[in-house]
Design a protein around this ligand. Sequence first.
Ligand SMILES: Cc1ncc(COP(=O)(O)O)c(C=O)c1O
Length: 478
Amino acid sequence: MSSNVFPERGQGHAALIKQLQAFKRNDVPWQEGRVFAYVYDPGPEASALVHEAFSLFLTENGLDPTAFPSTLALERAITAMAKDLVHGPDQAVGNFTSGGTESILLSVKTARDRARALQPEITRPEMVLPETAHAAFFKAAQYFDIKPVVTSVDPDTFRADPNQIEAAVTAQTILLVASAPSYAHGVVDPIEAIGRIAQAHDLLFHVDACMGGMYLPFAGPDVPIFDFRVAGVTQLSMDFHKWGYAAKGASCILYRSADIRRHQIFAWSGWTGYSVVNPTVLSTRGAGPMAACWAILHHLGRAGYERIVAQCQAATGRIIDAIDAMPGLYCLGRSDCNLMSFASDRVNVFTLAEDMRARGWYIQPQFGFGPSPANIHLSVGLHNLANIDAFLADLEAANRQAPAEGPAPGPEQLPPELGGFSPEDLFDHMGRLAGTDGSVLPDRMDGINSLLNGLPHATRDSLLTEFVNRLYRQAPSG
Ligand SMILES: Cc1ncc(COP(=O)(O)O)c(C=O)c1O
């Protein structure tokens, strides 16, 4: 189908669309609602609107709001709606970004640059975050040279521990971080308690509501307060391309005031070209995601999201109860929303995930880390609702049939004989054990995942880097 050389001659529309469709042939079957991660599908009617809105703004460029005031208007409208949902004060401001990671990168960069400007005595900036915080914060720490100071969470609830957070604050701290909710277990951290710490130490405090921002406001009165109603919260990320059901490439970062956001903006006229003034990471910015986001928010409205969230809450509750009743399986923590995870003391969850994949389901394996054993994550969305009974029946059968070999061994010290290996050699060695050279995607991941689960995360990360470095080479012809 694809070749590895640049095409000599162009091809026609129909042939190319057919080939593009063929690229998808091994993808997880999201259209059938059998995928419990990555996909946020609002159903055919709303999807048609998202498609059309996206296409309408395919060519406009959010780089220059003076040339394309439409993009400025869309961005203002979207961030105003977001601010309304999470109780931003009047003076709160925000920007539309390409995703949760960009929102988080911007927030951390803003904290760093604000400290540079206002607190020159801070020479080695630190960010205090719970071990359940999203990896994007660690990416930001790497990119912007901030020291992540990681605090452990309650081993039963997986919620951040305010006492540990307060104890980790030093004269170098520039930012506190908490999740609403955390991805892995779907629990909301104690935002009010952490907000009080932020205020007491005059610190910025980022609430990662990438998952919760478009979900928790619709989940009723029992949800813990997680947003700008907490006085200490200074910045908050929330994604539309998750539970907002927008097209991918849609998130926002909000700040309590423009004084904080000022440190986010990049302006450069010191070159021979046009003046670059970017509020966000990207310069050229597609307007399609903005238009599609604006459209779906207006299409569903508060009533639509409330209806979806009520159904997802009920479905998640049913799944949790059913899984807790299956032999050997148990749910981790008590999810506050539609994200949850479960582990087993009887079977290897990596095997279970692959067995379920063979039955046509995608459920997401997560490595053991800190108090969280190897587990399976489920994000339960609108697209899954019609399949809950079928899913539980297959999970029950797969769990019963999986060998009772016990859980995959958790992280150990790296065996001394492997200590001197370079990442490349270690990858070759582990690859032989798992039966892959890393150049193609393996059919089953359980062997590899079980091996990786047993390694310290730094070793795991260098192996995963090597894997991806090999994977993103020339596509095999076919
Ligand atoms: C809590 C949380 N924060 C941040 C992110 C990163 O978002 P994205 O994948 O849009 O960059 C995710 C993604 O799942 C998330 O769950």
